[in-house]
Design a protein around this ligand. Structure first.
Ligand code: PLP
Length: 396
């Protein structure tokens, strides 16, 4: 008899953003016409930049002519795309072979799919608070999940020690939800830990483009020793507004081997079996991000989100509320005022100021008592939210 994957029974029922949308829908139903300001979900609000749009249009036209038409693309990525990504890394002093770059449809797909490379008995460490997909993708395959809590005392940037015994670890830096970023020395400790244990780091660099402090690493491959212990997963979703367009990339160095097997070669085998790559049109649009003009334009958009961050941080400073993030990341992570729990603060903000944020508890139990604001909203809404926050929470 067919047996379904019963690991799905172990997934938590209510998905964080689903619960939030239910609460907001109920509020709007009961308070028709109120202006709710959404600083919750991490989706971008600015359109694709001109250079990307032009490249997409041109690629559509290419598909109309016999001489420029493309059928199936190479599963692991078009040469022009891999070259563009390798060129981007080179600007940060990281040398990659083009065959170490794999195109993807975005980071979400890869964070789960990459688990195909590892045995089910390998344990995975999730540093919490964490992006919920890390846990769920591993619950679905029935893998043992170890949790490492972080907190205010270590700036939400915990370091490994001998007690940390895992085969895989997800590291997200800049972090969603806390906005905290590992510096090179701290990341080196994780790299040394992984090399010593024979573990593999799954480095989620989805927010690297938001780093403005030049001393902080954008890529784990800026750290000595990472080529023998790390896989980097990145996305153009937040870098270039591709959340609805979909394109990303994964980097697996040729040196990365475990148990006598080469992980780069295994991923080539995996991709050539399980995907037929990403469309020619999208890869042309994505490659345009890495041109001088494309980079200039995406940083102009990122500067607008950073202005939003400044606006919220100024309000929190005025209120004397503790927070981290915001400077090198599009998220601000704050301590809920007046000793409120995450969901209490969510309800309070929605009810009293019509502001929607994300309760920290949704990112793991150590996120209880914290709250996340996203800076991806519109400038007008963010300014108004900052004004309402101050009005609501300042001592009268
Ligand atoms: N990784 C992190 C930390 C994220 O926050 C997100 C999306 O919010 C993703 C990955 C997924 O990004 P993508 O749109 O590329 O699937």
């Amino acid at each position: 008899m067919l047996k379904p994957n019963t690991n799905y029974n172990n997934l938590k029922d209510s998905y964080l953003f689903y619960r939030i949308s239910q609460k907001v829908a109920k509020y709007l139903d009961e308070h028709k016409g109120s202006r709710v300001l959404r600083l919750g979900i991490g989706d971008v609000s600015l359109p694709l930049c001109k250079t990307v749009i032009d490249a997409l249009h041109k690629a559509v036209d290419d598909q109309a002519n016999k001489s420029t038409f493309h059928g199936y693309m190479p599963e692991c990525g078009a040469d022009f795309f891999k070259k563009a990504v390798a060129g981007y890394y080179e600007k940060r002093g990281v040398k990659l072979l083009e065959d170490e770059v794999f195109v993807s449809s975005g980071a979400s797909d890869e964070l789960g799919d990459i688990l195909d490379l590892f045995d089910k008995s390998d344990s995975v460490l999730v540093i919490e608070p964490a992006y919920p997909a890390y846990v769920d993708a591993n619950v679905m395959v029935g893998r043992e999940i170890l949790h490492l809590s972080s907190g205010k005392e270590n700036g939400f940037l915990p370091l490994p020690d001998e007690s940390v015994k895992a085969d895989l670890v997800y590291i997200c830096s800049p972090n969603n939800p806390t906005g905290a970023v590992f510096d090179k020395q701290s990341l080196k400790k994780w790299v040394d830990w992984a090399n010593a244990r024979g573990a593999v780091i799954l480095f989620d660099a989805a927010y690297e483009a938001f780093i403005e402090d030049d001393t902080l690493p954008h890529s784990i491959f800026q750290i000595d020793g990472a080529r023998t212990c790390a896989i980097e997963i990145c996305s153009l979703s937040k870098t270039a507004g591709f959340t609805g367009t979909r394109c990303g990339y994964t980097v697996i160095p040729k040196e990365l081997e475990r148990g006598g097997m080469n992980l780069n070669a295994m991923w080539v085998r995996n991709r050539t079996t399980k995907t037929n790559g990403v469309s020619y049109i999208l890869q042309r649009g994505a490659a345009a991000v890495f041109t001088d003009e494309g980079l200039k334009e995406i940083y102009e958009n990122i500067a607008i989100y950073k202005q939003n961050a400044k606006c919220i941080m100024a309000a929190l400073d005025k209120l004397g509320i503790w927070y981290c993030g915001g400077k090198n990341a599009p998220y601000i992570w704050l301590k809920c005022p007046k000793g409120m729990s995450s969901w209490e603060f969510f309800d309070y903000l929605l009810d009293k100021a019509q502001i929607v944020g994300t309760p920290g508890e949704g990112f793991g139990s150590c996120g209880e008592g914290y709250f996340r604001f996203s800076t991806f909203g519109s400038v007008e809404d963010t300014k108004e939210a900052a004004r309402r926050l101050v009005e609501l929470l300042q001592d009268k």
